[in-house]
Design a protein around this ligand. Structure first.
Ligand SMILES: *Cc1c(COP(=O)(O)O)cnc(C)c1O
Length: 384
């Protein structure tokens, strides 16, 4: 009986976890006309240079280099820093983070995470440093900034490079400074699922001006002028269509953030006081990238597990995502890596079974957000 009452709330159309921010089509067509007329469709064209300038302003940084996707940006960014040996990183991230290390023949040393933000636990980094350590690769998980000052302190003490996977942190400000200005380098992803997108795309921001030229070479076969090949590179260039899409999407980002801010407040209000539900992503305005809305389900307090809740929500046509899942330290090719042992990563192994990203995108209606929260609340109440 109870079940029947609840199921009257089933959505007719599926509610997906995210929807891409699509630019105005007419404006995109205009840009495509420009590109057709110029016949310059990739290799540092006008759209790309224009987007670089706009993004420098938007992200408030001095140096940026654009790529065909965030993963290639990270692979080549690590390459440009001449790292060797071991890199201390987090197991709680998207596979691209540690795979970028793999492609550079660098060994990830997994450091446990901090329970509040689920970012790398800055207090646990120092004991993992050996004579083989060359860098720290941290991730601003769900856009919540890492403890950037503490990480820099440890890095400076041992002369390590600091690279941030800032794929979730577009436009975030920390301690009054833009997030991309911390560390030696930050990678942003412009994948379709990210707040700002170029369909596929990515960028590196960095403080050392001399890296610009090296990154240009690395993403274009090491070609200097047309006949000199001065290093072994790859092809990782962003093309003109991607850049044009980016220019148009950038015009909608602020409006999208405002919509997502409202949705976030609604979730926060309506999920309040449901036992066992904790909101991981914070509200503070400039601190938030409005990239995801993620909760943690405490099985004991809520009464059922995260996996149970996810399956129940599907019955209502609500699609959520276990993000991140699985842990990178669980990849089979790290089975001989001692730092990947679950015993040394208790918090990561706990959190990975509790996180759930809820539907989050500007066009999600406030009424639907309220209904999603009511369903979660009812599911909890009906357990007792
Ligand atoms: C999306 C994402 C990436 C990968 O970026 P792509 O642009 O899809 O290659 C890397 N790290 C994190 C944390 C991400 O969320």
């Amino acid at each position: 009986m109870k079940e029947e009452i609840l199921l009257t709330k089933v959505f007719e159309q599926p509610i997906y976890v995210t929807r891409p921010l699509l630019p105005n089509k007419e404006e995109v067509y205009k840009k495509i006309d420009e590109i057709w007329e110029s016949k310059w469709i990739t290799n540092n064209g006008r759209q790309l240079r224009n987007l670089e300038e706009k993004l420098k302003n938007h992200l408030k940084i001095n140096n940026i280099s654009l790529f065909n996707n965030g993963t290639m940006a990270l692979i080549l960014g690590l390459k440009s820093l001449n790292l060797r040996g071991e890199v201390i990183t987090t197991p709680f991230t998207f596979p691209a983070t540690t795979q970028a290390l793999d492609w550079n023949n660098l060994t990830p040393i997994f450091c446990d995470i901090e329970p509040d933000t689920l970012n790398i636990n800055a207090d646990l980094i120092e004991p993992l440093i050996t004579e083989n350590t060359s860098a720290i690769l941290a991730v601003h998980v769900f856009g919540n900034p890492c403890e950037v000052e503490k990480i820099q302190q440890v890095a400076s003490k041992y002369n390590l490079k600091v690279i941030y996977d800032a794929a979730h942190a577009f436009g975030t400000i920390v301690n009054g400074k833009p997030i991309g200005s911390y560390g030696d380098m930050s990678m942003f992803s412009f994948h379709a699922t990210k707040l700002f997108n170029t369909i596929e795309g990515g960028a590196l921001t960095f403080n050392d001006n001399t890296l610009s030229e090296k990154l240009e070479l690395l993403k274009n076969f090491g070609l200097k002028e047309s006949e000199k090949v001065i290093l072994s590179g790859l092809n990782a260039k962003m093309n003109e269509i991607q850049a044009a899409i980016g220019l148009e999407v950038l015009n909608s980002v602020e409006i999208e953030r405002l919509k997502r801010d409202k949705i976030k407040r609604t979730y926060e209000t309506h999920l309040q006081n449901i036992p066992g539900i904790r909101i991981i992503t914070r509200l503070e305005k400039e601190l938030s990238s409005y990239q995801y809305f993620v909760i943690e389900v405490d099985e004991v307090l809520f009464g059922k597990s995260r996996d149970w809740l996810q399956k129940e929500l599907e019955k209502y046509n609500i699609y959520t995502r276990k993000y991140f899942y699985p842990l990178c330290s669980d990849f089979y090719w790290y089975k001989n890596n001692k730092s990947a042992d679950s015993l040394s990563l208790p918090q990561a192994y706990k959190s990975v079974n509790q996180v759930l990203a809820l539907p989050y995108y500007g066009d999600l209606s406030i009424q639907n957000v309220i209904t999603i929260c009511e369903i979660i609340r009812d599911l909890h109440i009906n357990l007792n």
